[in-house]
Design a protein around this ligand. Structure first.
Ligand SMILES: Nc1ncnc2c1ncn2[C@@H]1O[C@H](COP(=O)(O)OP(=O)(O)OP(=O)(O)O)[C@@H](O)[C@H]1O
Length: 716
């Protein structure tokens, strides 16, 4: 990101001094009143005359309720944050869908250029003229994308600053005035530097041009975003879903949208962003919860077994195993109807089965088609004999006991859980289907040492549940949603990508991740490959490099790990102007013999030091150290939260196991014993990647405390 001269301070000016500010405040007041009127209109809608039955009435009522909710004037979110004055009149094209109230730029008979106030939702006056337009409307786009080089027909871009809900400042850029120098925005900087408390916030007022391009990319295509820590991937993914819901509301309301995140605490952290943008219909899941349901997951796999179970070759093993249930018919089928017997010979039955196999239909769909095919063969014979059977006869023949018996023998039902249970319990069955795909050693690795007796008693692991999900899809097609946002995607196994891909097979996806933050044993090293497993090989891959979270000094320190953990990846360029602080403190005297008493004391002191600042503090430590640190915090009288629990002005300290730090951020981070974080992982590279994640959670300051030597890769 270029660093042009800063704009003059957007100093708050009293109304008397700046009449322009007074005008803008007046527009804000009028917009608020208009919004109130819109809400009152929605509340007073009488649906009795327009609905024919109670089902329609209930649907309509809930729609009205949603609308009333979406029209609420939220005290802490300003109604608009920007203004665009176009050089000319523009007609902001409406989105694909219904609602006229999202249209922007209706004619108002003026000759001068259009002026739009940009906010989180559309507000119109009593005549239907827009007071505020939705940030997602086409006419809002130049607010994010226009520049001095490409003013996009915009004369003036104005950003507004608020203090405690009051409009107190503004900042202007005359984009079409060649005499005006390019300046960086103070308001944008202030927004980025704002202390973090509570759940994740929307960034709608300050989306950057390169982010905006991703947010507004078309519903038809899948976009994959590679970006280092804090480059706004999660923010961009959530805003993209809000944008798509705006631009294609009807289609996506029918097909559904989903955000997939790494764990429940992460989902909890991000769950407020979409409602703040007025979007309430988005489902959230982890990959584990997505594939849950068929069995209860109570077990875990050792890394080597999990890696093989997550390998894409397992898809072929399963496909073979499912199809192995089909056997070619050995006997003809004879259907008796009245006094006549109709016989379909073996070779013809075989042909029917072969045709179904060749069509590569879902196993269950083919099983349903088979009796109809056999019945058809019977009907052909009836017609040849001069009868004139109709559809009812064909259906009756398809349900005939003799036909049913053939179907049962030739194409028996397959229970996906039982199938996977057998593959993992029965070496011969596995060998038969893994032949040429998995080596003997690999087969041994995934076989259960103690074969399970039944689906209920088996100790299923998360990777097993993914296998069952794949098998289920081989039997019956998984329902596809319209759009899926997949966050922290680098951590998925090929089989997990397939599971997510099934859920957007007829839709599209936004795939977000950072190869350097991959911490699973199966983490991906190549986006093109990951996207192929997802079934979206033609996705566009974008890169975000500007960092909005981590201060320069801190990101430079963490980036020392990059050559080891992800050679070739570029260091994030921090856009934060406040220098931030990095403090690396060695605490002598601790160690296995003397216990970790000194380190604990230093950690507690660092937490107290961090809490003296405004904003949240996260104490991140190796998972194994968490119970111990929890005790130390309690003994020191420092109350703390768990990740995902909302920080508030009074509860600002969170104790974070390194394994749950991904995706989260805190104003100040105290990092306990980096070597323990690295040692907590099965191999060094994964350990260093985990450390990289932990080092990149801080917004304003990072204190690292260690008594063991720091990992060499940090240049220590
Ligand atoms: N354009 C922006 N304006 C203001 N803040 C932004 C902008 N983009 C991102 N941010 C802020 O930067 C922080 C990091 O964003 P986000 O969590 O989306 O990054 P990420 O790339 O997903 O990070 P990680 O890889 O660590 O998960 C958040 O506080 C977010 O609100």
């Amino acid at each position: 990101m270029p660093a042009p001269d800063p704009a003059p301070d957007p100093v708050p000016v009293p109304d008397a001094v700046d009449p322009l500010l007074a005008q803008e405040r007046a527009h804000l007041g009028a917009s608020r009143s208009a919004l109130r009127a819109m809400r009152e209109d929605a509340e007073s809608l009488d649906i009795r005359d327009v609905t024919a039955n109670w089902v329609n009435a209930a649907v309509l009522e809930s729609q009205i309720e949603e609308r009333v909710k979406s029209l609420a004037d939220l005290a802490h979110t300003p109604l608009f944050f920007g203004r665009l004055d176009y050089l000319h009149r523009v007609g902001g094209a409406a989105p694909e869908s219904d609602s006229a109230d999202r249209d922007a730029g209706d004619g108002d008979g003026k000759d001068e250029g259009d002026r739009f106030y940009i906010g989180r939702r559309h507000v119109h006056d009593a005549h239907g003229d827009p007071m505020v337009i939705d940030w997602r409307a086409p006419a809002s786009q130049p607010f994010y994308g226009a520049s001095k080089q490409n003013p996009q027909d915009v004369a003036l871009r104005r950003r507004f600053g608020y203090t405690a809900g009051d409009l107190t400042a503004y900042e202007d850029e005359h984009l079409s005035d060649p005499a005006e120098a390019v300046r960086s925005s103070k308001l944008l900087q202030a927004e980025i530097e704002r202390p973090r408390v509570g759940p994740m916030r929307d960034i709608v007022a300050t989306i950057q041009p390169e982010q905006d391009e991703i947010v507004r990319s078309d519903l038809g295509g899948t976009v994959c975003v590679q970006g280092g820590p804090g480059t706004g991937k999660t923010a961009v993914g959530l805003h993209r879903i809000a944008y798509l819901l705006y631009a294609h509301r009807e289609r996506l309301a029918r097909t559904g949208t989903l955000v997939v995140g790494p764990n429940a605490s992460f989902l909890h952290y991000i769950e407020q962003v979409l409602p703040a943008l007025g979007e309430l219909q988005v489902k959230q899941a982890t990959v584990d919860s997505l594939v849950a349901g068929a069995v209860e997951v109570r077990g875990t796999d050792a890394a080597p077994a999990a890696v093989i179970k997550g390998d894409a070759r397992m898809a072929e093993v399963l496909r073979r195993a499912v199809r192995s249930h089909v056997t070619l018919p050995a006997e003809p089928v004879v259907v008796v109807r009245g006094s006549r017997r109709w016989r379909v010979p073996v070779y013809e039955l075989e042909e029917i089965v072969q045709q179904l196999l060749a069509r590569d239909m879902r196993y269950g769909a083919a099983r349903e088609a088979l009796p109809q095919r056999i019945a058809h063969a019977v009907l052909v014979r009836m017609e040849e004999a001069g009868e004139a059977p109709d559809d009812r006869v064909q259906n009756a023949v398809a349900r005939d006991a003799a036909v049913k018996a053939v179907v049962k023998a030739v194409w028996p039902p397959v229970d996906p859980s039982k199938l996977v249970l057998r593959l993992l319990s029965d070496p011969e069955f596995l060998a038969a289907h893994a032949d040429g795909l998995l080596s003997a050693d690999e087969q041994k690795t995934i076989l259960w040492t103690k074969p399970a007796r039944g689906v209920k008693s088996a100790k299923w692991s998360p990777a097993d549940a993914v296998l069952i999900d794949e098998a289920s899809d081989l039997v019956a097609r998984t329902h596809s949603l319209g759009h899926v946002v997949l966050d922290e995607a680098q951590d998925l196994s090929p089989m997990q990508y397939r599971a997510v891909g099934r859920r957007c097979s007829t839709g599209s996806a936004t795939v977000l991740g950072d190869l350097a933050q991959g911490t699973t044993p199966w983490a991906t090293d190549s986006w093109p490959e990951a996207l192929r497993h997802l079934g979206k090989g033609d996705a566009v891959i974008e890169e975000l490099t500007a960092g909005f979270r981590v201060p320069r000094e801190v990101i430079a320190y963490a980036s020392r790990l990059l050559p080891v953990i992800s050679p070739g990846l570029a260091e994030v360029a921090s856009v934060r102007e406040s220098p931030g602080s990095l403090s690396v403190r060695e605490v002598p005297g601790a160690g296995p013999e003397s216990g970790s008493g000194h380190l604990d004391t230093a950690v507690i002191a660092a937490c107290v030091e961090s809490l003296a600042h405004e904003g949240s503090t996260g104490l991140i430590a190796a998972d194994a150290r968490i119970p111990h640190l929890a005790e130390a915090l309690t003994a020191a009288g420092l109350p703390y939260l768990s990740p995902g629990e909302e920080t508030t002005a009074t509860a600002r300290l969170t104790l974070v196991p390194a394994s749950l730090a991904k995706g989260l951020e805190y104003d100040y981070v105290v990092l306990d014993e980096p070597a323990a974080v690295v040692d907590g992982e099965p191999d060094e590279r994964t350990g260093l990647r985990r450390l990289y994640v932990a080092l990149t959670r801080a917004v304003s300051g990072l204190i690292i405390l260690h008594s063991a030597p720091l990992p060499k890769a940090l240049g220590a």
